[in-house]
Unconditional design. Structure first.
Lengths: 114, 114
């Protein structure tokens, strides 16, 4: 089945540690995105990538880093510089970022920093 | 600066009746609008979209209306079913950038009572 796989579903880390969230898609989509959801709020864009080896900051990129070495993979690293890392993280992809099409989302990773 | 707003945090509807979810936006550059449905601890699922060149789009029980002059869109669900109970997000994107780069509202919790 085609889709977006995020792993792990739940992740616990100690404060001050970096952590990497995985996102893989087999939809052959060009563009991939990382969003963050906090309680009672909508999703906010962290980073996005329209093509391999290229990525752009979203609205809340501080304290995060990404890479896009392969079309199907877009891992997100939450660094110790992120002040409030506990959140629900969602990865998405879209087939062609230049066209009006919907973005498809993974099932999310719940990160808790203690 | 909240460019997409869903002013009703929650909505309760009887099964079989119509559910109307509302969304307002401030950025006149938005030209593509989407509705997503989300269950707790899961990723959003795309429901329906509308381009700014249209004022209505239907898909089964779901209809989205766009009023560009008022910068307002609404999602109608008829008839409502208990399985429709979820959080509904409206989202918007604009040309000249990646179309999967979405700006989301805060969400509306829809509860459909049997």
């Amino acid at each position: 089945d085609g889709g977006i796989t995020q792993s792990p579903k739940y992740l616990f880390r100690k404060e001050g540690q970096n952590v990497t969230l995985s996102c893989e898609q087999n939809l052959n989509h060009d563009a991939m995105y990382w969003y963050r959801q906090d309680p009672g709020q909508g999703l906010r864009l962290i980073y996005y990538s329209q093509i391999v080896n290229d990525f752009q900051k979203g609205d809340i990129a501080e304290g995060y880093s990404v890479s896009r070495e392969k079309k199907e993979s877009f891992p997100l690293t939450v660094t110790s510089a992120q002040k409030n890392p506990t959140a629900f993280y969602l990865c998405a992809s879209s087939i062609d970022p230049t066209q009006n099409t919907e973005a498809f989302f993974g099932q999310g990773t719940r990160l808790t920093v203690v | 600066d909240q460019q997409v707003k869903q002013n009703s945090p929650s909505l309760s509807v009887q099964e079989g009746r119509i559910s109307i979810l509302n969304c307002d936006y401030t950025n006149s550059m938005f030209d593509y609008f989407l509705w997503y449905k989300k269950y707790p601890a899961e990723g959003p699922t795309f429901l329906i979209s509308i381009s700014s060149i249209k004022d209505k789009n239907e898909d089964g029980r779901f209809t989205v209306f766009l009023n560009k002059s008022a910068k307002h869109l609404s999602l109608h669900i008829v008839p409502s079913q208990p399985g429709d109970s979820a959080v509904y997000f409206c989202a918007a994107s604009r040309p000249g950038t990646s179309y999967g780069k979405l700006t989301f509202g805060q969400g509306t919790i829809l509860t459909v009572h049997p």
